[in-house]
Design a protein. Structure first.
Length: 100
């Protein structure tokens, strides 16, 4: 076991002591468990385990982005897009509406 010092704000110390007392464990045990949890949920990789992009899966069907006018086709076909409806308004005789 390695002994170390950590500086934490007073309010955090008081709250941590309260949690440790409620769980009937020492503050040191609470800190150890907290560190173990953070390491488990964090992406801590060694340089040898560099992340690479996974291979693409075929979802079937045709590629909607292969057509040259795919942006316009999406809005004409009635497909839903992520933008709010008034960002790409339909053309009106009086001119184009500015996006918000």
């Amino acid at each position: 076991m390695i002994r170390t010092q950590v500086q934490i704000p007073g309010e955090l110390y008081v709250n941590a002591k309260r949690v440790a007392a409620r769980r009937e464990i020492s503050l040191a045990e609470l800190v150890r468990r907290g560190l173990e949890y953070m390491i488990a949920v964090s992406a801590v990789d060694s340089p040898a385990e560099a992340w690479t992009l996974p291979k693409a899966k075929s979802l079937g069907g045709s590629d909607p982005f292969a057509a040259p006018g795919w942006r316009a086709d999406i809005h004409r076909s009635g497909l839903r897009v992520a933008e709010e409806p008034d960002v790409y308004p339909a053309a009106k005789p009086g001119g184009r509406k500015k996006p918000r």
